[in-house]
Design a protein around this ligand. Structure first.
Ligand SMILES: *Cc1c(COP(=O)(O)O)cnc(C)c1O
Ligand SMILES: [Zn+2]
Length: 417
């Protein structure tokens, strides 16, 4: 394959100043976040639908639009998860054209975070960084741990100590250094910034954040391609830092700019849990000022970021695209997880429940019309947050191994239907 030369520099989102392609993430002048910038003329001449279609089914089929200087070396099998036309769920929600982008089956750790980590660790290797780390609400830690193990990189993952046991196990198994912090995510993140300032480690979502964040665009590229090179009219995304939502927006803009999809209207909607809803609250109060949540309290722990780094940009994205925001209670999350499972056979984690529950509310409120295309971004697998539903799904019916007992049970079951 030809060597990609399309990633040109880092650029401040606020003042536009250029920065070299180093492990840096904030502008020295205004503290604006740095973002990857590309040579779109060169990409436009090189990247066609035909070329994309000829490549393996992974997120790397769009590699010209990812911030690497060489071929990727980490996470080669990540992405290209199914986009499913969900007819039974559509019927329950009373809409005509509904899809689920199913990142519960992403490789290797069953969440959308495998996308961002594949880019961040590939870039870390290009920068000759030998120790990678992250501040995580669970899924990021799992993905850093797995991908670092496979890449032979040393890793440290820092998490709030009270995460779901399966999320902690899902990092420990890979032999990474798991550090549980007695505090909320914001405190974990602050500590990581301090460590990153002192040690020359690659913190995927701190000093490597401009690279990391770009990985989320591949979810949007795939949605367009899998819809038959069409923009979805409405896209619902759950938010933690708000990064995924803003990057889906960027992906739709980039494919439009490159002529890979016909220009058209699209709206993007954000979803959070009531127990940690700094971004949706700002939207509902019609302000762009995000008020931090000091003590998040919800079963959607993967979304529990009280001070969302990209909250402001997420708000701007929703406003600019004519989207909206919604939040839901823990009870609504559980009902939504069960609804998605029972109608479509997809077991999502609590964050997925947030997306489905909020989409339902946005449809009922009339924000999302019932007769246009809707995509729900389902970002993580339910086996990682079992405690959220374990008491809400009944139990196996126990019998001794004989036909009579089975038939008694069966007759009883028929009577109770
Ligand atoms: C991290 C995460 C998100 C959202 O992440 P952003 O910080 O908003 O990009 C959504 N769903 C799951 C399951 C996650 O782990
Ligand atoms: Zn700046």
């Amino acid at each position: 394959m030809d060597k990609p030369r399309f990633f040109s520099h880092l650029r401040c989102r606020e003042c536009g100043r250029h920065y070299a392609k180093e492990p840096v993430h904030v502008c020295e002048f205004d503290f604006g976040p740095l973002e990857a910038a590309y040579d779109y003329d060169a990409i436009g001449k090189s990247l066609t639908r035909k070329k994309i279609l000829s490549r393996p089914r992974s997120m790397w089929r769009y590699r010209e639009l990812l911030p690497l200087e060489n071929e990727p070396t980490v996470g080669l099998h990540t992405g290209f998860t199914p986009l499913i036309r969900t007819r039974r769920l559509a019927e329950r929600l009373g809409v005509e054209e509904l899809y689920v982008k199913n990142d519960t089956v992403n490789y290797p750790t069953l969440s959308f975070k495998d996308r961002v980590v594949s880019v961040a660790l590939s870039r870390a290797r290009e920068l000759r960084i030998d120790t990678v780390a992250c501040a995580s609400t669970g899924n990021l830690a799992n993905s850093v741990a797995a991908n670092a193990a496979a890449a032979g990189l040393r890793s440290f993952v820092l998490i709030p100590a009270d995460l779901e046991p399966t999320k902690i196990l899902g990092s420990l198994i890979f032999g990474t250094n798991v550090i549980g912090i007695q505090g909320a995510y914001d405190q974990v993140n602050r500590l990581c910034s301090e460590i990153a300032g002192k040690y020359h480690w690659g913190f995927v979502n701190v000093n490597l954040r401009p690279y990391y964040a770009e990985g989320s665009k591949t979810m949007g590229f795939e949605i367009i391609e899998q819809l038959g090179w069409r923009l979805p009219r409405h896209t619902v995304v759950c938010m933690a830092s708000g990064s995924l939502l803003t990057k889906i927006h960027k992906s739709f803009q980039e494919f439009t700019k490159l002529g890979l999809v016909e220009a058209g209207e699209f709206s993007i909607y954000g979803a959070q849990a009531v127990g940690c809803s700094p971004v949706t609250t700002a939207i509902k109060n019609n302000t762009e000022i995000v008020k931090p949540v000091a003590k998040p309290h919800t079963i959607a722990k993967s979304l529990s970021i009280g001070t969302p780094a990209d909250g402001y940009y997420a708000i701007r994205t929703m406003k600019e695209t004519g989207g909206a925001a919604e939040d839901c209670t823990d009870e609504e999350i559980i009902d939504a997880i069960k609804l998605l499972a029972e109608t479509e056979g997809i077991f999502a984690e609590t964050a997925g429940g947030v997306t489905v529950a909020c989409a339902q509310k946005l449809i009922e409120r009339g924000c999302i019309p019932r007769n246009e295309s809707i995509v729900l971004c389902i970002t993580g697998h339910g086996l990682k947050t079992q405690e959220a539903v374990i008491d809400k799904i009944g139990q196996a019916k126990l019998i001794r191994p004989n036909l009579r007992e089975f038939e008694t049970l069966f007759e009883h079951a028929i009577k109770t239907i």
